[in-house]
Design a protein around this ligand. Structure first.
Ligand code: PEP
Length: 248
């Protein structure tokens, strides 16, 4: 069965609740496409308003982060049951900004992947190398290590539902996109790793996105590659351009 395309916006720390509702209205007709899963991953404070704003449309709502415990003394955190109850379906895990700025490591990221599945949320698991690792030509080993750690103890049935986002850090928010061939090389390598860690059927089902300065101009070429099943989009997800990416 062909894999269904998934185009997800990562709004990061942008848009107040009222601005979020206005953006949903602006994008509503532009992101229509029954052949694509469209997801808005939005700041926690926007979730309730965005779930309401996209009701009756083809848009699904995702969160950008959560903590691994259901409730308790964790000031400032939100839990998977809270997200689920609010109508969230997807959650970004292990974004390079969480890893680099907030010190999240692969042990925590692995716990988050397992907790998301246990709570009925679909993880969008991010991986990607720095410019130094790309230049040192050790990026393949790095990605394989990240994915192997992050999926420790995750079952094949769960991986079939997983979304993996390959996001080279040097391409995030920099305007510098990986070439379609560079992106395809790593997405293919991730799929081969899933076949090795699990089996070919699991590798054939897992959806792999590219992320890193994807925009209306480069999306079609990136998305034409056999191992690229979608995109995780930062900057361009806040503009009408997002509709062009959905329909690329
Ligand atoms: C991201 O942060 O997930 C991302 C891909 O950002 P941008 O599209 O702005 O590079």
């Amino acid at each position: 069965m062909p894999r269904r395309r998934i185009i997800a916006g990562n709004w990061k720390m942008n848009k107040t609740p009222s601005e979020a509702v206005a953006l949903c209205a602006e994008l509503k007709d532009l992101v229509k496409n029954d052949a694509v899963d469209v997801v808005y991953c939005v700041p926690a404070i926007d979730i309730v308003a965005v779930v309401e704003a996209v009701k009756g449309t083809n848009v699904h709502v995702g969160a950008e982060n959560f903590y691994i415990v259901d409730n308790g003394a964790f000031t400032g955190e939100i839990s998977a049951p809270m997200l689920k109850d609010a109508g969230v379906e997807y959650v970004i895990i292990g974004h390079s900004e969480r890893r680099d700025i907030f010190g999240e490591n692969d042990i925590l990221i692995n716990q988050k992947v397992k907790k998301a599945f246990a709570s009925g949320l679909t993880p969008i698991l991010c991986c990607g190398e720095s410019l130094a690792l790309r230049k040192a030509d050790t990026y393949k080993e790095w990605i394989e290590r990240q994915i192997t750690w992050d999926l420790d103890g995750v079952t094949a049935d769960q991986v079939k539902k997983l979304v993996i986002a390959y996001e080279p850090i040097w391409a995030i928010g920099t305007g510098e996109t990986a070439t379609a061939d560079q992106a395809e090389e790593v997405c293919g390598l991730i799929r081969a790793l899933i076949a090795k860690l699990y089996d070919q059927a699991t590798a054939d089902e897992v959806r792999i996105q590219y992320g890193g300065s994807m925009n209306a101009g480069n999306a079609a070429e990136l998305l034409s590659k056999p191992n690229i099943d979608g995109g995780l989009i930062g900057g361009a997800s806040l503009k009408p351009d997002f509709g062009k990416i959905v329909n690329a």
